[in-house]
Design a protein around this ligand. Structure first.
Ligand SMILES: NC(=O)c1ccc[n+]([C@@H]2O[C@H](COP(=O)([O-])OP(=O)(O)OC[C@H]3O[C@@H](n4cnc5c(N)ncnc54)[C@H](OP(=O)(O)O)[C@@H]3O)[C@@H](O)[C@H]2O)c1
Length: 364
């Protein structure tokens, strides 16, 4: 796994190679500085980390949103108000070097912004999702694996993943070679509103008898929101185009590695109890709901935790250590209001966990 220090060294290496490209025989040009960047969204989860990092790097950021979410953020950034469903007039007649589209969920939303911005910016970076893939059973789950629902006429596609496939196509049609698409897995870290990773830092910090679903060898992937945001800025600064799986960590991790890695940042004693998927499924718990975060590696989810991230790494994506993600997420979580700390949006309640542990013990 690459360290932060290696990332900085690599970044500096790119800069030096850019400055002395001709003498060293590199074709890479220097990263762009002082970019103007429009963020469609910007005040949810990825957005704030991206905006902060881009501004620290000296770029000028414009935010476009409805002015409802986290309106206190970024008083020094330009803010344009509108609605992706109905009113883009605030974007008319303007120009930016790059656009980050975090808030496009439907083909209509993306078509409207692409039509308006295709001649008004150099690059369009669309945040898509791992959910575009048909399934996760291909032997090699790289960016060329099949996307979109199988055996369903396109006219009947609906829902999150299929809509993102259609939206990706609209970006590609509008921007051609200037297209940038990221397909993140579960995004974790400070500010995450889904609690899928936060559940584990909270649970292990609480200690005691901890139920862990599945098998210790189940593969797992996720991305720290800050690694994603930094990669986004790096892509725009270097005019990099293409489609990228943005799964972390850099090398294979199993759920034992995840849980022990998170446990290592707490000082609380805990005992881990691995309960098989089949037992939990029979009890009505599912990876789509209460057990969200990783999947049993079989059937259509065979390689869900083994997505190939080589292309992103080759273009400069780096991943901070799990301990850093876990520590910072726990610090952030403990700073949340009491209600948010007590009622997580993912994971088992402590009562349900106790019941399942007893039932499993009695079943053996
Ligand atoms: N979380 C994950 O694990 C995960 C995984 C894979 C992919 N993704 C992708 O990540 C993206 C979400 O990222 P994020 O929430 O972190 O983005 P963000 O840029 O931080 O925040 C979402 C923004 O969209 C704005 N917005 C919402 N509806 C709008 C509308 N109709 N018109 C204009 N602005 C609107 C919100 O502000 P207002 O409310 O003020 O309008 C907010 O600023 C999505 O594309 C999702 O598919 C997420």
């Amino acid at each position: 796994m690459s360290s932060r220090r290696e990332f900085i060294t690599t970044s500096l290496g790119v800069t030096v190679a850019g400055l002395f490209g001709t003498q060293l025989g590199f074709s890479q040009s220097a990263p762009h500085s002082g970019l103007s960047i429009l963020v469609l969204g910007g005040t949810g989860f990825i957005g704030p980390h991206f905006v902060r990092h881009a501004m620290e790097r000296g770029h000028r950021v414009t935010l476009f949103n409805r002015g409802r979410t986290n309106t206190h953020l970024f008083p020094d950034a330009e803010k344009l108000v509108g609605d992706r469903n109905s009113d883009l007039t605030a974007l008319e007649g303007r120009r930016w070097d790059g656009v980050l589209d975090n808030s496009g969920y439907t083909p209509l939303q993306v078509r409207q912004s692409v039509d308006l911005l295709r001649n008004a910016c150099d690059q369009y970076l669309f945040t898509s999702t791992r959910a575009v893939y048909t399934d996760f059973s291909a032997e090699v789950m790289d960016e060329d694996a099949p996307v979109g629902p199988k055996d369903v006429p396109e006219s009947e596609w609906s829902g999150y993943g299929p809509n993102k496939v259609l939206a990706e196509r609209i970006v590609q049609d509008g921007f051609g070679a200037r297209t940038l698409i990221a397909r993140p897995p579960v995004i974790v870290g400070p500010g995450d509103r889904t609690d899928r990773f936060t559940y584990w830092v909270d649970r292990l910090d609480d200690g005691g008898n901890v139920l862990v679903q599945g098998d210790p060898d189940d593969p797992i992937q996720f991305v720290d929101v800050r690694d994603l945001a930094e990669f986004y800025v790096h892509l725009l600064e270097n005019s990099i185009t293409g489609i990228y799986n943005t799964e972390g960590p850099a090398s294979a991790l199993n759920t034992a590695g995840l849980v022990h890695g998170v446990r290592a940042i707490t000082a609380t004693a805990s005992k881990l109890h691995w309960l098989p998927w089949d037992f939990l499924l029979a009890q009505g718990e599912t990876p789509q709901d209460s057990l969200a975060f990783w999947q049993p590696p079989r059937g259509r989810y065979l390689n869900y935790g083994r997505m190939v991230n080589r292309r992103a790494i080759e273009k400069g994506m780096r991943f901070r250590p799990l301990a850093a993600t876990a520590n910072d997420t726990l610090d952030w979580h403990r700073s949340r209001p009491a209600a948010a700390q007590q009622t997580l949006r993912a994971g088992l309640t402590r009562d349900r966990e106790r019941i399942l542990l007893v039932r499993y013990r009695d079943s053996r």
